[in-house]
Each structure stands twice: as C-alpha cells, then as structure tokens.
Ligand binder design. Structure first.
Ligand code: KIV
Ligand code: ZN
Length: 522
C-alpha cells in the first residue's frame, strides 16, 4: 500500500469488532454482502473476522478474502501460534492479506494470562515474527494501550516493529482516552520508538465516553494514518468510532484537517441501512450523518432558512452521503419495470425471481397505502433480504383490542406446510399475538428486544418491527414491515424463530457463541 503523508487509511472492523457486539451476529451471506459494500465504497482494509473463534468466522473470512477486489483483507488472531496459523489459512486467499495479532499490555490485561512483563515481551517477539513469516503485512495491537505504562508501551511497540509488524495499532479498548491525550500518545510514540518512521500508526477507539470520533481525529493530528472504525459505530458496549463520522468530518473540515480517505461518501447511507438491518441494531434518529433526522429540518425557522439557502443549516448536502430527496414515485399502477428501475436507483439489483417476490409484496402494499415512498421500498427490501427459508409463516392474524382487557389474538401459523390455529389473550394486542405464537411454537428463547419504527410519516405509514431473541447464548433477530403494527410484530417474531431454527440446525449448542475469549492468549 503506497503512502502519501496526507492519506488516512480506513480500516473497517464492522465484521469483527462490530459483529462481536452481543446480538449483532450476522449470517454468512450477510457478512459477504457487507464486505462487498465496504470494498465498493473504497475502504482500504476490511477486518473480516476472528478466524479461530468459530468455523463460521473462518469460512466467512476465507470467502471474503477470495472475493475481495481492492481492499486488504485482515483477520484477527490472539498472541499464539495456533490463532495466527488459523488466521493465515483464512486470509491467505486475498489479493492483499493481513494478519492482525494482539495482546493486552496494560496491568489489568497482563494479569489475565499471568505473564510477567518480560514473558509478555518475549511472546510478542515470537508471535509477530511467526505472523511475519507467513504474511508480509502484519498489524500488531497492544490491547488497552491507553492504560498501559508508557515505558512498557514503548518497549513492546519497539519489539513488534523489530519483529516485522508494518502497522502498529494503538487501541483505546475501554474508551478511556480524551482527544489531547490521544494525539499526544501517537505523537510521542512516533517521536520515541526506534523504527517508528517505517510503519503506519493506527488508532482504534471505543466510544464509552462519547469521544471515539474526536479521539480518532486527534490521533490523526498526532500522526496516525489509519483509523479503525465500524459502520454506524457498531461495536461492544457503546461501540467503536463510526466510519461515517470520521470520513465526513475529514471531508467537511478539510480546511483544518487536511487528510483524505479513499471512501466514496455517497455510498454511506446504503451501507448504514444494510448494517442496521442485518445486525438488528437500528440507528438512533439523531445519530450524526446517518440518523433519520440528521438532515431533517422541522422547526419553522430552520425550514425558512433552508428554503432561502440550504447552507443556512446544512454543512453537508444529503447527496454527499447518498441520501436522495424523498419523493412519491410508486403506486398501485406502477409496473415491474418501474419497480426494478426504482430499486436499482436505491442500490438493489435483483434477479428475476427476486423481483417477482418483491413485486407481489409491493403490490399488496400499494393496495393498502396510496403513496409508496423510497423508504417503504427499502423496508420491503430489508425484510426480503432478512428472510431465511421459512419453516414457519403467519397465515392469518386477527386481534381484538381496545379499552376492554384482555386483548386477544386469533392466529394461524403454517409450520412445515401444515396450518395450526390458536387463540390467546394478553396484555395488549402484541402480547396476545406473541403468546399465540409461543403456544404453537414452544421454545425457551427470551425476548431481548422489541422495537417499532414508523418508516414514513402519516397514520398509514408502515411500521418496521425488530424482535431479538436469545436462547442458550444464540442471539437472533427478525424484522418485518407492514402498515399493521401487530402483523409486522408477529411476522418479525416468526422471522426470528425461523432464524433460531436455522441456527439450531446449523450448529452445536455453541456455534454462534463467540466461544473464544479475548482473554485467553494461550
Ligand atoms: O478494542 C480493542 O482493543 C480491540 C483489539 C482486539 C484491537 O478490538
Ligand atoms: Zn475494539
């Protein structure tokens, strides 16, 4: 990878650090799709997974490596030979592979494998050398760097560089640092570590104090030339630095931050929505750049200003992030060709059989909803993409609800081709519908999340419902959209149950659990 002083590499870890977030598990096909979108948008390095963590991770990283066009494909490995070998087996198929190996260097992290400082230093030397013998492109990370003693950080970074690492990543694993410190840390490392001028320093920030983006940009000001980030800031706890935020900050404020990325920002909105869907983590409405309200101007003063000159309240144009003006384009008279072309404009290229399925659902929607907006079509596509082979489907649902409790639900589910009927009561129509489903599909899964969003404005708007279930450590998400919120809820629940069946069948009890602990370096 050539390096010009003002170029900042974007390292996306949505598929590794992001996917590690409890509940954000993605299917194999979803990981391939996200990797392809990242590659297309110009991300420099894709951290595709943690190959030793599970067979599924290994397969996904290998397949992403084989398919990648321009991006470097990276896999994560702890500081042991077995992890590194497994990682190499997965990434070696890439045109440009990278091994990323790490160990926790702070006092708290050193205590876990119970290694002395000297023993750990030796381990770093051995493992980075081993990785380098397999792959020309090795990244090393001292996990919890921002809470590591300065002298020890200096010593370990020097060892990793001497052993052949070409990228040194400085993680703020627990989101503890602040901008001034973040910049200073990188600046001092570059100034004081022998050999620092021959490697790229990277910044990897978590958002526990809401400073991940600021800390990453400060690190770049200090000399870092790789930002590690995720789409929508997905990641454990409060998440990682959001890709869209650093990319747009560098673009909009190039006057004071003269560093460029290779990311095509017009692809941001599409990938943000796809990641939200496949991870089951919706984007908060007022999230910077990709939130539903990020470009909405509701107050009178704002609207007036916007009409006179958009720059009054907008520092970026919606089109810069791939947001198109919402206009009513489709209705019940629109045909298949119009639907195909509209979906293409929205970033969805469909094969004929896929188009047929979507067309049937589009017509059903257009019959009930006069105006079908872009967002409605995107919701249709999200549900379509999330569909697995449905063992269970909702055939009929009627609820009785209102001021007189209890509310009740009459439900027919088709299970393995056979219809089953039940009536259940509950505290509200959704509760009644869910109880009816549970009577027909007995399971011990625990409802972790039930979330409803209106896709557009108006009382005939579709509702998008997300349901997340957990059973024995497996976490699955189902999504559905309908103008009837209770129907969408029942379908989302059933979608999650279908996924659960697939997970159970695919795996032993632990296949989806990240069975490998980061703490275990042995
Ligand atoms: O946050 C962290 O320290 C990590 C490392 C594995 C790089 O994700
Ligand atoms: Zn991390």
């Amino acid at each position: 990878m050539s390096h010009d002083d003002n170029r900042v590499f974007i390292f996306d870890t949505t598929l590794r650090d992001g996917e590690q977030s409890p509940g954000a598990t993605m299917s194999h096909a979803e990981k391939l799709e996200i990797a392809e979108l990242l590659d297309e948008m110009g991300v420099d390095i894709i951290e595709a997974g943690f190959p030793i963590a599970s067979e599924g991770d290994f397969e996904a990283v290998s397949e992403i490596a084989r398919r990648a066009k321009d991006a470097t494909i990276c896999g994560l490995a702890r500081a042991n030979l077995k992890d590194i070998d497994r990682c190499w087996e997965a990434v070696k198929h890439a045109r440009s592979p990278r091994i990323h190996t790490f160990i926790g260097t702070s006092p708290l992290h050193r205590a876990i494998p119970n290694l002395t400082m000297d023993e750990m230093a030796e381990r770093i030397e051995q493992t980075v050398t081993h990785a380098r013998n397999l792959c020309d492109n090795v990244q090393w990370s001292p996990m919890d760097a921002t809470r590591t003693e300065w002298e020890y950080l200096l010593r370990t970074v020097e060892i990793a560089i001497k052993a052949g690492a070409s990228t040194i990543n400085i993680p703020d694993t627990v989101g503890y640092t602040a901008p001034v410190e973040s910049a200073d840390l990188i600046r001092r490392l570059i100034a004081e570590v022998p050999g620092a001028d021959g490697v790229i320093f990277a910044t990897h920030c978590h958002n526990d104090l809401g400073m991940a983006t600021a800390n990453s940009l400060a690190a770049v000001a200090g000399g870092a030339r790789q930002i590690e980030c995720t789409i929508n800031g997905l990641g454990e706890r409060a998440g990682n630095t959001a890709l869209e935020e650093v990319v747009m900050a560098l673009k909009v404020r190039s006057d004071i931050m003269p560093w460029q990325t290779g990311v095509d920002s017009t692809k941001i909105m599409h990938i943000s929505r796809r990641v939200a869907t496949v991870s089951g983590f919706p984007v908060q409405f007022n999230k910077a750049i990709v939130g539903k309200n990020a470009f909405a101007h509701e107050s009178g003063i704002h609207q007036d200003g916007m009409l006179k000159n958009a720059e009054t309240f907008e520092i970026m144009r919606p089109a810069d992030v791939g947001l198109k003006e919402t206009n009513i384009v489709m209705g019940k008279h629109s045909g298949r060709a119009a639907l195909r072309s509209k979906l293409k404009e929205l970033g969805f290229e469909l094969a004929d059989n896929q188009l047929n399925d979507v067309f049937v659902r589009f017509k059903a929607l257009a019959d009930r909803k006069k105006e079908v907006y872009d967002e409605d079509l995107e919701a249709l596509m999200r549900v379509q993409a999330g569909a697995v082979d449905n063992t269970i489907s909702v055939k009929f649902l009627r609820v009785i609800c209102g001021t007189e409790a209890p509310q009740s639900a009459d439900l027919i589910l088709t299970i393995d081709g056979e219809d089953h009927q039940v009536t259940a009561t509950g505290d509200g129509p959704v509760d009644a519908a869910f109880k009816a489903i549970k009577e027909l599909v007995s399971h011990d899964a625990h409802l972790q999340l039930y979330q409803v969003h209106a896709v557009t404005e108006g009382t005939d708007a579709q509702a998008t419902v997300t349901v997340r279930l957990e059973e024995d450590g497996r976490i699955v998400t189902g999504e559905s959209a309908d103008t009837d919120t209770v129907v969408a809820s029942a379908r989302a629940y059933v979608a999650a149950l279908n996924r659960l069946m697939v997970r159970r069948a695919m795996s032993g009890p632990d296949a989806d659990v990240k069975g490998v602990s980061y703490k275990d370096v042995g």
